[in-house]
Design a protein around this ligand. Structure first.
Ligand code: MD3
Ligand code: FE
Length: 207
């Protein structure tokens, strides 16, 4: 992978995977439900997303879910921000790397078996801190590209339940996507069968 992109397979043990799954179920019972974000052209994404901290809608962050029900989104829980800090320290094997890393937002993506995410860059944040990605449930094909263009060169790899990925430095603005979910591949002890959950922790740089 490119500089600043670090994959840590199995970073979450099964108990923490289950805790994350249960928490994400709970967030879905909160003020703003999981929803398919609508792209400016009118198409809906196949992924269902729930936001904490700031609400993401293509291509901006707001405090209220104006495209859903207008409710104020809940704050990012301190424990989840703490997981993000530990993830950065572990991925870079450097506790100092996490100093000052205070994620304010989580985007929680649920992929049913047919859901996909096209190649894109994450540029709506106004700060260039790393993005932390946690995966639980079915395996997926993750495509990690380059910063210049949506297409090749890219690297394909399989992400599994419990995997951590941190994207910082030059990798922060690389194109990436999820072309495929391998339905039914999750170990039931992760707490999720029949789909994939991905939680990204971000610093929006917004106030
Ligand atoms: C590389 N999510 O939410 S996580 C997204 O699995 C997103 O749900 C995918 O892409 C998913 O924007 C991929 C890995 C990921 C997340 C953010 C990144 C990779 C990234 C930001 C910059 C570079
Ligand atoms: Fe992304």
């Amino acid at each position: 992978m490119g500089p600043g992109a670090v994959h840590v397979p199995g970073w979450l043990d099964p108990a923490r995977q289950r805790r994350l799954v249960e928490s994400c179920r709970g967030f879905g019972r909160g003020p703003v439900p999981y929803r398919a974000a609508k792209l400016p052209g009118g198409h809906e994404m196949s992924v269902r997303t729930l936001c904490l901290g700031w609400h993401w809608q293509p291509y901006r962050y707001t405090r209220t879910a104006d495209d859903v029900n207008g409710a104020r989104v809940p704050d990012l829980p301190a424990w989840l921000a703490g997981w993000g800090r530990r993830a950065v320290a572990d991925a870079y094997a450097d506790p100092a790397a996490a100093e000052g890393y205070e994620p304010d937002t989580a985007l929680i993506n649920f992929y049913a078996g047919t859901a996909r995410m096209g190649m894109h860059q994450d540029k709506d944040e106004q700060a260039d801190f790393p993005v932390v990605s946690l995966s639980v449930g079915d395996d997926c094909l993750f495509r990690f590209g380059n910063t210049a263009a949506r297409g090749r060169p890219y690297t394909d790899l399989r992400l599994r339940s419990g995997d951590l990925f941190v994207f910082g430095g030059p990798s922060r603005y690389a194109y990436h996507g999820v072309p495929k979910i391998y339905l039914g591949t999750a170990d039931p002890e992760c707490g999720l069968t029949g789909g994939r959950l991905n939680v990204t922790l971000r610093v929006t740089g917004l106030a």
